[in-house]
Structures are given as C-alpha cells and as structure tokens.
Design a protein around this ligand. Structure first.
Ligand SMILES: Cc1cc2nc3c(=O)[nH]c(=O)nc-3n(C[C@H](O)[C@H](O)[C@H](O)COP(=O)(O)OP(=O)(O)OC[C@H]3O[C@@H](n4cnc5c(N)ncnc54)[C@H](O)[C@@H]3O)c2cc1C
Ligand code: FES
Length: 245
C-alpha cells in the first residue's frame, strides 16, 4: 500500500516520529503489529512497530541507528512510501485480568503506546515503566499522550537525570505496583531482567533481521521452547515462557 508522509519530526535525542497516511488504510493495527517499510534504494524493507493508528493513518516512533533510519528521519511531508501494514501478531490484551504493567526501553516504547490505549479502553489499569539512558532521551510529548490515553507513566534513567535512577526493574521496586500481567518491548537484557524480576505471566516483543516479513523465507526464525518460530509471522510477540534467553 502506498502511504504519504504527513509529518515527521524529532521527538527526543535520536528519536523521531512519523505519521503516514493512506485512504486505503483503516487503522486496524493492534499494539505489537508492525509496518514493513520499503526505503528507496534499499533492497530489504525496514520493520517498525505501529505506535498509533486511526482511519487513514498510522504512526511509527523510531531511533536513528543506521543509514535507513537516518534517511527516514530526513523525509519531508509529501514523500510517498511503499508500506506493508499490520504485519505479525500483536499483544493479547485478554491475558490481563485487571491491571497490567508495560516495560519499555528506547524504541520499545512504540508498540506499548498503542497497547496502553487498547488496555485502558478495555477498562484495565495500566502502568507503563519506561527506561532511558538520560532525561534528554525521553520523548516527553509521547509520554504525555500515553498518560492521556489513561496510563500512569513511570520513568527510569541510567544516569538518574529523571525518575528512578537505574533500570525499569528498579522503578518497579521503588513504586511497588500491583498487577496481574505484563508486556515488554525493548533491549533483550531489559526484557530478560523483567522476566527474572516478575513472577506473573507476560508477553515480550522480539526483534530479528527480516527478509520477506510475511512468513515465507524463514529468515527471521528464532529458537523458542516450542521449536523454531518466525518473528515476523508467529511473533513478534511471544509468551514469556516460550523465550529461550
Ligand atoms: C518487529 C520489529 C519491530 C521494530 N520496531 C521498531 C520501532 O518501532 N522503532 C525502531 O526504532 N526500531 C524498530 N525496529 C528495529 C528497526 O527495524 C531497525 O532499527 C531498522 O531496520 C534499522 O535500519 P537502518 O537501515 O537504520 O540500520 P542498518 O544500518 O541496516 O542496521 C542497524 C541495525 O538494525 C537492525 N536491522 C537492520 N535491518 C533490519 C531488518 N530488516 N529487520 C530487523 N532488524 C534490522 C540490525 O540489528 C542492524 O544491526 C523493529 C524491528 C523489528 C524486527
Ligand atoms: S522475514 Fe521471511 S519468514 Fe520472517
């Protein structure tokens, strides 16, 4: 589907947000599903979690880590992009009985923004705990949007310049939230630490380098407790007990 960039700007140090529009898109993504974007001049598409969506538009939040994302950050409104939208399996909100905690780090906040809105709309209590290196890495406007969707947002920074000093698990200990389920997206060490620190059920969003993005090439396979699984098709969201850390 061809989308047009309608806005694209910096949200924090090294973090950008882009809104893409297409009259053919119906805003049907669930938190955890991704958009697979073809950048002009690149053979492989780049996957990005859909952080929000509505009738005719979707949003991505991305960090500039290499050439493709740097080029993306320079794209002006009006640029047309070929996008495969709503790929993969998203988070399952039915697993939460009453209250959920979302653990995110870096670009991992992206799918959790949409998930927070879905959980709050379903009447669940939502606490989002986000970890960053420094205060300047926090996309404040996005944090405010997540708050206004009905979630409490807690921050942890490695240098202590905002919120709790340390990891998301330190913020969890400091605030002592009560919850019956959790969801996480971010760096592997963070998700592993959450798994170790929290006893109840949870789901994690995994990353892998992708080829087709639609389940055909098996290039994104990871070994899980249930055998080899494709991140693009069987995931990117998996139950915590399926992940072999
Ligand atoms: C399901 C999924 C959802 C993602 N959601 C987000 C998001 O919401 N925001 C965000 O900032 N990033 C997200 N990523 C990571 C993002 O896809 C990479 O950062 C991006 O593709 C890097 O492109 P690049 O050209 O700038 O970097 P490159 O110079 O190509 O590589 C830099 C690093 O990015 C990773 N990468 C590159 N190409 C791919 C690919 N086709 N598939 C997977 N990883 C790749 C590799 O680990 C590589 O080491 C997601 C990845 C996956 C698999
Ligand atoms: S990228 Fe081809 S099967 Fe996942």
């Amino acid at each position: 589907m061809i989308f047009t960039v309608t806005s694209n700007g910096q949200a924090a140090s090294g973090t950008f947000r882009m809104v893409l529009s297409s009259p053919e898109y119906h805003g049907s993504a669930r938190g955890g599903q991704f958009a697979y974007i073809l950048l002009p001049g690149y053979y492989l598409r780049r996957p990005f979690a859909i952080s929000d969506c509505g009738e005719g538009w979707l949003e991505i939040i991305y960090c500039t880590v290499g050439n493709g994302t740097r080029e993306l950050s320079g794209m002006a409104p009006g640029t047309r992009l070929d996008v495969l939208a709503d790929l993969g399996h998203g988070f399952d909100i039915r697993a939460t009985k009453d209250a959920a905690v979302l653990f995110g780090g870096g670009a991992g906040i992206a799918p959790l923004k949409l998930l927070a809105r879905e959980l709050a709309a379903a009447g669940k209590k939502v606490t989002a705990i986000f970890g960053f290196n420094r205060a300047v890495d926090i996309p404040e406007a996005i944090m405010d949007e997540i708050r206004s969707s009905g979630a409490e947002v807690l921050i942890a920074t490695m240098d202590g310049s905002a919120g709790t000093k340390g990891f998301v698990t330190d913020a969890l200990r400091e605030h002592g939230c009560s919850f019956d389920y959790w969801y996480s997206c971010g760096p592997l060490p963070m998700m592993k630490a959450v798994c170790k620190a929290v006893d109840c059920g949870g789901q994690v969003s995994m990353e892998a380098r992708m080829g087709c993005g639609t389940g055909i090439c098996y290039g994104c396979s990871i070994m899980t407790a249930k055998g080899a699984r494709r991140v693009c098709k069987d995931g990117p969201v998996f139950d915590r007990e399926d992940i072999i850390w």
